[in-house]
Design a protein. Structure first.
Length: 310
């Protein structure tokens, strides 16, 4: 059977609508429908039934999805085995990274990779952790940078191997003239009466911040829904808002805002995720190695030049 059609069916099972599959695979919804119809004709069996905008899978469709997971696992295992036999660090690998990592760890890793493995082409796509994890599972990327705050589903998935890279800490960001600038650390309760600027480019991250505030006993009053890091900082500089932001995003921030540690601290572990056993692929293994080195360099820089939290 045609593997591309089978991959489309597998994506439909995961995403439930033709439109979602079309967006993920960068094709039209009609092309998704056509590929599924061709697969049904090829196998002479009904695989799905349409229900409004979504679909339900027939027993035959569900049985085929189970086989598809095994088939694509075997295909990737075969590719890994052959690449391992060649010991070739060449070709193309795709990396998905969320913005704070894409702006800090990834550039150093790309530079190291280009110096050591000039035949290896690394293609970066900016994706939030949950999106990168979905792309990894869908064979649309080879390495996904994730964290344990926003990509919870990837922490227990047996189909995904994880490599720890870096521990990041979240900080309270206040206007430089804020009364709390006189203290060494703040609690979330200290910020309950403030106006908040939230980074909603990743709704998952902003949901985490909201949930932490609710656990502290209040709903944050948001006066800035920001799709851009700099917009949030501008509101803070102007004295309009406060926020909580990851330390990675603050490495090159001008010292015109007040950065304070949170107590108790909120930390996130940043990891590189790959499909199970693909870490044996020489090209993927080589880039994982430079990712670890780049993260180590960033940690050393943090220790030499810590954020001004006093």
């Amino acid at each position: 059977m045609d593997l591309q059609r089978l991959r489309t069916l597998r994506e439909l099972h995961r995403r439930q609508t033709m439109a979602a599959v079309a967006e993920a695979l960068l094709i039209s919804a009609s092309a998704v429908s056509q590929q599924v119809a061709l697969l049904e004709a090829e196998l002479d069996v009904k695989l799905i039934e349409r229900r409004g905008r979504g679909v339900t899978f027939t027993p035959a469709g569900l049985r085929l999805i189970g086989h598809a997971e095994k088939i694509f696992g075997l295909v990737e295992a075969a590719r890994t085995d052959l690449a391992e036999m060649k010991q070739a660090i060449s070709g193309e690998i795709r990396v998905a990274a969320f913005p704070s990592v894409a702006a800090t760890i990834i550039p150093c890793a790309l530079r190291l990779s280009r110096e050591r493995h000039p035949q290896l082409d690394v293609i970066l796509s900016a994706m939030e952790p949950s999106e990168g994890l979905a792309a990894l599972r869908a064979w649309q990327t080879d390495i996904a940078l994730i964290d344990d705050l926003t990509a919870i589903s990837g922490l227990s998935d047996e189909r995904v191997d994880r490599l720890f890279l870096y521990e990041d800490e979240l900080f309270a960001i206040l206007p430089s003239s804020h009364p709390l600038s006189a203290v060494e650390a703040v609690t979330l309760q200290d910020l309950r009466g403030e106006k908040w600027a939230l980074d909603v480019a990743s709704h998952v991250y902003s949901d985490v911040i909201r949930d932490r505030c609710r656990q502290a006993g209040f709903e944050p009053q948001v006066n800035g829904y920001c799709n851009d890091f700099e917009v949030g900082l501008s509101l803070i500089r102007a004295g309009c808002s406060i926020s909580v932001m990851p330390g990675l995003r603050l490495r090159h921030v001008e010292r015109d805002v007040c950065i304070r540690r949170l107590k108790p601290p909120i930390r996130r572990r940043i990891m590189a995720a790959v499909r199970a056993s693909e870490g044996r692929n020489p090209a993927i293994a080589a880039f994982l190695e430079v990712l670890q080195e780049a993260a180590g360099d960033l940690l050393n820089a943090r220790q030499d030049r810590p954020l001004p939290t006093r």
